[in-house]
Write a protein that binds this ligand. Structure first.
Ligand code: NAP
Length: 336
């Protein structure tokens, strides 16, 4: 990419927005002018980009004028309201929220999985999938290409940063309160997470949580497999950053552990950490801050020759959000 791109980051003070600024800088994305947007509460404050202060602005139509790229991570209602306005001003919108993911005219993209969907998005908007879905599909794509994915059973171990900066702060306060024998504060998280596990999403009448339904619907859309069976259980764990997943996948033909290891070893966006033994598996503490999805504990299912079990760890703020969005933008502007 040679020419510069004027960029608006919406949600620039948030957990994803801050990571977005870091990723743009680290990958030397050719940012010309950067405008940083947050809520009206933050307007007039600053964020830092390439060592310089950038003044925060509240959303307005003018903020998108003269820019070619708008990276949104300020929640679904902000994206619903301001995404089409940004697109009407000529920006390619890459949206991290759930607002547009299931719109048939909005591509839902993981560059390692369905890059062909990036060109010419009908509404000028491309959606970034849910963080848990992204890392799972980066790991499963090479296996699917070889053996044809039929069914995924996944249990997630999701980090607190996935719920935003305020949840991370509250978790820190909960830990301090527990340490000091005080009652732990509960307002952003649905309960005490320190020393605990929480099913941390709204549930519908079926008993599935919103996060689980996203994993089902988004996986089918991204993989272009409307009949794919996906059976998720999503859990928030007391880990600051990087989601872990226990994945069982069944394929259309038998697949051996050796074949899976060979496919994963050369897969785009994957690091295979397949050392065997206690604490040798990919761990969120080590994977936090890294770009690739780490896959380990690859096991053949002894009761089903067509099934494998995997352990998948990814940084939810990077590959699960900011990095994936910037990778989409890199590919989009490489051909413009
Ligand atoms: N965290 C993750 O791992 C992750 C992964 C994938 C997708 N996402 C999605 O990314 C989005 C942001 O998540 P997050 O974790 O970064 O949340 P967050 O830490 O709570 O940050 C939210 C950001 O949105 C801004 N904002 C709030 N209301 C606004 C408004 N009315 N107008 C403009 N900006 C507004 C906030 O600005 P103020 O500071 O001024 O309040 C802040 O910059 C969500 O849609 C989330 O679902 C998150």
């Amino acid at each position: 990419m040679s020419r510069s791109v004027n960029v608006v980051v919406v949600g620039a003070t948030g957990a994803v927005g801050q990571e977005m600024l870091r990723v743009l800088e680290q990958r030397a994305f050719p940012v010309g002018r950067l405008r940083a947007v947050a809520s009206a509460r933050s307007a007039g404050g600053t964020v830092t980009f390439r060592g310089e202060s950038v003044t925060l602005e509240a959303p307005s139509p003018e903020v998108f004028e003269g820019s070619q790229l708008a990276l949104f991570s300020a929640g679904a209602s902000v994206s619903r309201e301001w995404g089409p306005i940004a697109a009407s001003k000529g920006c390619l919108v890459v949206d991290n929220s759930s607002a547009w993911r299931m719109d048939p005219d909005v591509p839902l993209v993981v560059p390692e999985v369905n890059p062909h969907r990036i060109a010419n998005p009908p509404k000028g908007i491309i959606a970034n999938p849910n963080c848990s879905t992204i890392q799972m599909l980066v790991a499963l794509k090479p296996l699917h290409d070889a053996a044809g994915l039929l069914h995924i059973v996944v249990s997630t171990y999701q980090a607190i940063s996935g719920k935003g900066a305020r949840a991370v702060d509250e978790f820190t306060q909960q830990q301090a309160a527990q340490h000091e024998g005080r009652e732990a504060p509960v307002s952003v998280l649905p309960g005490v997470l320190a020393g605990n596990l929480l099913c941390d999403w709204k549930h519908d009448a079926s008993g599935y949580s919103e996060e689980e339904l996203k994993m089902i619907e988004e996986s089918r859309k991204i993989m272009e497999l409307p009949a794919l069976h996906v059976s998720p259980t999503c859990v928030r764990v007391p880990v600051r950053n990087a989601h872990s997943e226990s994945v069982w996948a069944r394929f259309a033909r038998p697949i051996t552990r050796d074949e899976a290891l060979s496919l994963l070893r050369s897969a785009e966006g994957v690091v295979l950490d397949d050392a065997v033994g206690p604490a040798k598996h990919p761990q969120p503490r080590a994977v936090s801050g890294q770009d690739p999805v780490h896959v380990g504990r690859v096991r053949h299912d002894p009761s089903d020759p067509q099934a494998l079990s995997l352990w998948v760890v990814g940084d939810n703020l990077r590959k699960g959000a900011a990095l994936n969005a910037v990778q989409i933008a890199e590919r989009a502007f490489a051909t413009r």
